[in-house]
Write a protein that binds this ligand. Sequence first.
Ligand code: NAD
Length: 348
Amino acid sequence: MGGQDKDGAIEATLIPGDGIGPEITRAVVAVLEALGSPFAWDTQQGGLAGIEAHGDPLPGVTLDSIRRTRLALKGPLTTPVGGGFRSVNVRLREEFGLYANVRPAKTMVPGGRYEDIDLVIVRENVEGLYVAFEHYIPIDGDPHAVAISSGVNTRAGSRRILEFAFDYAVRNGRKKVTVVHKANVLKALTGIFLETAKEVAPRYAGKVEWDDRIVDACAMQLVLDPWRFDVIVTTNLFGDILSDQAAGLIGGLGMAPGANIGANAAIFEAVHGSAPDIAGKGVANPLAMLLASALMLEHVGRGDLAARMRTAVAKTLNRDNIRTRDLGGAASTMEFAEAVIRRVRNEA
Ligand code: NAD
């Protein structure tokens, strides 16, 4: 994925985004350069920066760039309030068929509520209740007397995300996939997901174990005993909720990376937003976007560089004790990045 330019570099779209986006992007690009990153960036605008430059939070030139590179690293985008703009993230998912959302949750800083968390949530990203077939029925002058929403899960969409999760588990040496559903109540909408899992999972017998769990029980067990999980695969709404819950186990969204993957394109991002309260102060934590770029390196077959980055990050955090303010430290965004770069150079 991502074409190669004449020097063999992998062309990729870089969207710095809004708020803290440009600051953390600068830090991430500096670390990637120190690692000898394979990416040749085509920098484009999105979010408020896209509106300012081109009158659209997802400008045509940005879409054209991703159509060409099929690979992007995206900073957080501020969703304009009012003005009738549709969510940029939903537009990107639809435009590029990014059907898989992958959110690893791995402990980076010991001493939190839970130690040694290492699990991955694979969320179906384009079906389910997010297709937004919604409407109100007015009764007796109340325009919102009744609200109706229909979800859509297909056999093909379920098969595609389940195969993705099992393949991911095999490729990454994971031992178990847990299929999460609510087939006891939403018998059709999520029953089809479990039914399809029973068809897909046996094909991976001997390579990866599997079990299934009802979403409410899963949520409780994630709190009581998160170590029993390895890879969780689930439908759109449940995945949305469980992936934030899993991020909570490792200290919140500030350290959570995400990958949105389709058959022909992949977009990597930090899960947090544009943090307008601290934008421009140079204090934001670049870790989530840095870890997103590590997922991107793995995606293009440079797991070696991703591993070096993670080692350098872990040593910066836990041996050098250099952390940004949100993690109880005093380092600025660039001081943290420079400390990671020193570790990258020393380990080389
Ligand atoms: P937010 O994630 O931007 O901020 C929540 C809190 O976490 C704030 O106190 C912020 O300072 C802190 N925080 C977030 N990232 C941080 C970092 N890297 N380092 C240190 N502290 C960090 O959530 P919000 O305030 O609800 O949303 C702000 C804007 O971001 C909104 O316009 C929202 O729509 C948008 N948003 C975008 C994305 C995305 O593009 N993927 C995701 C979520 C929210």
